[in-house]
Design a protein around this ligand. Structure first.
Ligand code: GDP
Length: 300
């Protein structure tokens, strides 16, 4: 139901347009497909993904010998779901026999801090001990903002002063997590894009500290992307995954966009699973991604 609520804008827009299309065209023909293609592209599904999707839908229409547009909706849903189900591993990978370290990356404003707070709360509710590392020492207010979340969900934050070396913060956080026998350490990082090379070097250094201190860590590198930025999110994903081994994506602010199709573009054009979606600003507005529920949320 969270998915249904969070996808309201996308559903109203995409499904509204599709219904209108179906009522305007009785017959499935080339023009119908062209307009369907446009609707999908407008919802940020991504041109490459749309082309492949339309091909698959056309094949199925031929196979089932469908003539009437009103019979096409189940095929569209099925093909969309199929695209998302290619996701192999959407569950969070945690180390069951010791500490897990999760590194969050992404540009400023995408919802990294909020996601860390929400996930800390979920993990705590599952009975795990959680610690936060304030690795964004660059953005003014980032440390305080993480502390506010820490207080809200009852989790400690390891921090240094603004402007200090994030690798040193990470080192301290790792020592504290070990000393306290913490189950999951969630690490914030900087997201300034003014100097991409510097940022990527900083992330690499932070990652090396984690790798050195905890064998097998980080267990996840989660890239946080803002769904409302559309195709921009896709290009951010490409830069970050070129610089570091991103293991999963958190797509935030799906509730704030009518272009939820970006989920499909990310899935199809990058080989990285969407693991969580943000569907609002509140603490329980983070949902583990589930393809079936997503498509259901869109069409039902
Ligand atoms: P950061 O700079 O990446 O750490 O971003 P923040 O966590 O500070 O988030 C930026 C803004 O986006 C804040 O106002 C958040 O409340 C808001 N935000 C984060 N996630 C979501 C979401 O899933 N839905 C909505 N509607 N807002 C969100």
């Amino acid at each position: 139901d969270k998915f249904k609520e969070g996808l309201e804008k996308t559903r109203d827009s995409v499904v509204g347009k599709m219904n209108e299309l179906v009522s305007r065209y009785r017959k499935v023909d080339e023009e119908f497909f062209e307009e369907l293609e446009e609707i999908l592209i407008e919802s940020d599904v991504g041109v490459t993904t749309v082309m492949d999707l339309i091909d698959e839908i056309k094949d199925e229409v031929r196979l089932q010998n469908i003539k009437d547009t009103k019979d096409i909706q189940p095929i569209i849903s099925e093909k969309l779901a199929g695209l998302l189900e290619k996701q192999d591993e959407t569950a969070l990978q945690l180390n069951e026999n010791g500490m897990s370290v999760i590194l969050f990356v992404g540009v400023n404003g995408v919802g990294k801090t909020t996601t860390i707070g929400k996930l800390a709360n979920q993990l705590k509710e599952e009975g795990k001990s959680v610690l936060l590392a304030a690795g964004d020492t660059f953005r003014a207010g980032a440390i305080e903002q993480l502390e506010v979340w820490g207080e809200r969900v009852g989790v400690d934050v390891i921090k240094h002063q603004e402007g200090s070396d994030p690798a040193a913060v990470m080192y301290d956080a790792l020592q504290a997590a070990k000393a306290r026998n913490i189950d999951v350490l969630l690490c914030d990082t900087a997201g300034r894009l003014q100097n991409k090379v510097n940022l990527m070097n900083e992330l690499a250094k932070v990652k090396r500290v984690i790798e050195r201190e905890v064998p097998g860590a980080p267990h996840e590198v989660l890239l946080v992307l803002d769904a409302t930025t559309g195709q921009n999110a896709l290009s951010q994903a490409k830069s970050f995954s070129a610089a570091t081994n991103v293991t999963g994506i958190v797509l935030t602010k799906l509730d704030g966009t009518a272009k939820g199709g970006i989920v499909l573009a990310i899935r199809h054009e990058l080989d990285i699973p969407v693991k969580f979606v943000g569907l609002g600003e509140k603490v329980d507005d983070l949902q583990a991604f589930n393809a079936e529920q997503f498509v259901y949320g869109l069409f039902k």
